[in-house]
Design a protein around this ligand. Structure first.
Ligand code: FES
Length: 95
């Protein structure tokens, strides 16, 4: 594999295609594996921009029958919300 590919795949973390190919060569077989080795998908957009590009690169270099094993799923950030935010008060409306 050539590591001279300086095309930026993850703009947030400035990870190039060459770095992703190197991670694959080192044994990464999932998006999570790429993430651990390069920090791609850990930037401000949380992989919204680069995840599909990484999956595309992975699918070309990893011999895998089931593409779902590439861990393409995105986990939505979760935060707690107080129940009172759902209670409607005449006069005040929703708090
Ligand atoms: S482009 Fe990769 S995390 Fe934003």
């Amino acid at each position: 594999m050539s590591h001279e590919k300086n095309v930026c795949i993850c703009r947030c973390e400035e990870v190039t295609e060459g770095e992703i190919l190197r991670a694959i060569e080192e044994g990464a077989r999932t998006v999570k594996g790429i993430k651990i080795r390069t920090q791609a998908t850990m930037g401000l957009c949380q992989g919204r921009t680069c995840r599909r590009l990484i999956v595309n690169i992975l699918s070309k270099h990893v011999d895998i029958n089931d593409i779902s094993k590439l861990e393409i799923g995105i986990r939505v950030p979760v935060r707690t919300i107080k129940i009172k935010n759902f209670i409607y008060d005449e006069g005040k409306g929703y708090e």
